[in-house]
Design a protein around this ligand. Structure first.
Ligand SMILES: [Zn+2]
Length: 369
């Protein structure tokens, strides 16, 4: 069945009709001559490829890093979520079942620790790092598992320092999957973590401000190992979360030309309900307030994460792409926006997700306010 969306505005300002057939984009044009069902007149709304959140926690089993996939997914304009290591080889079966039942497209970075986030010190026991268990899981779920996740901060690795990352890099080399690495409080130090990361890997929590281990050295210059990593093709993910996003670091990074690639929220139950994350819309609005353009922030939740995932058909409006779409408005208003360290700035352009198309269905979103 041919479906047509009329009069949607692209982030570059052009107004277009979008033709969809069999859940694929057929045409995006100023006006179309193709005949079909007009499913939606999007006059006054922006359209983009369906938003992709590269860093979420969507496995409801283990508190506190849990959320319900659809509650952080399509209901907030995010048509694809990637879970960042909530499950490992021992518990991914259960997560896979939950993911399959969701309307939202769900992928997973598999925790290198087989227990996942059953405990928050999942890398304290190196006995939990089993290549055989990971390999079997990847072979079982080749479409679902898009990479590996290693949380490299003091409270997770305990006395093991950099060791879990050295092991994880041997796994990622054998499996040819990207590795998402979380950084936080040292040890291990950021420079040491970065020295092991390869092209295609993802550094998450890139704008955190935990003492002595963020991307700026004491003299205010950018940590040189970060610049080397970016040159090698390591990606930067924001990974906002409850304690990992600082306006001060993000502002300084922008001034010094250190740009994020993807705008993962690191959303989970608590920071969705009580902030400071709330949802993707709020996270996007924060980056508008930091001076990034609408094109730049939308790229960071569409084209760029799709590239990182090697799934270009998800982040594009080109003919043949998957017809996941997010419709949104930008309201000129004023709102106090808060980071993870208690600092706030005023946003005067707020992004609101209004509707999505996912799995061939048009869904108007319920608004909480
Ligand atoms: Zn996370």
């Amino acid at each position: 069945m041919v479906q047509i969306v009329k009069n949607a505005t692209l982030v570059n300002g052009a107004t277009v009709d979008i033709v969809i057939d069999n859940q694929r984009i057929v045409e995006v044009a100023e006006t179309t001559t193709v005949q079909g069902d007009v499913i939606f007149d999007a006059a006054g709304m922006y359209v983009s490829p369906g938003w992709i959140d590269l860093h979420t926690h969507a496995f409801p089993k283990y508190k506190p890093y849990c959320a319900i996939p659809d509650q952080i997914g399509y209901k907030t304009g995010v048509t694809t979520i990637v879970d960042a290591g909530s499950s490992g080889a021992d518990n991914v079966d259960e997560f896979y079942q939950i993911a399959q039942a969701a309307k939202t497209r769900v992928f997973a970075f598999l925790n290198i620790s087989r227990i996942g986030l059953m405990r928050q010190d999942e890398l304290s026991d190196l006995g939990n790092l089993s290549f055989d268990a990971i390999q079997q899981t990847v072979e079982k779920y080749p479409q679902f598992i898009v990479g590996l996740k290693a949380r490299m901060s003091a409270s997770v690795v305990c006395g093991n320092g950099i060791q879990p990352l050295i092991i994880a890099e041997t796994f990622r080399n054998k499996l040819a999957l990207p590795l998402m690495v979380h950084v936080g409080t040292a040890p291990p130090e950021l420079s040491k973590v970065l020295s092991y990361m390869k092209k295609g890997d993802i550094l998450t929590h890139c704008y955190h401000e935990k003492e002595n281990n963020h991307i700026f050295r004491e003299d205010g210059s950018v940590e040189p190992s970060l610049l080397d990593a970016i040159d090698r093709g390591v990606y930067l993910d924001v990974g906002h979360g409850s304690s990992s996003f600082s306006f001060r670091i993000a502002q300084k990074a922008k001034q010094q030309g250190v740009y994020f690639d993807s705008l993962g929220t690191d959303i989970y139950q608590n920071n969705q309900k009580n902030g400071p994350v709330y949802n993707m819309e709020t996270t996007l609005s924060k980056f508008l307030a930091l001076g990034y353009s609408l094109e730049e922030v939308i790229e960071a939740v569409t084209i760029k994460p799709a590239k990182i995932l090697s799934k270009p058909e998800l982040g594009s409006l080109q003919p043949g792409s998957i017809a996941d779409l997010t419709f949104f408005t930008v309201k000129e208003t004023s709102k106090k926006l808060t980071d993870s360290f208690g600092a706030s700035i005023h946003g005067d352009s707020l992004i609101n997700a209004e509707a999505v198309i996912i799995g061939g269905n048009y869904v108007e979103l319920e608004k909480s306010d």
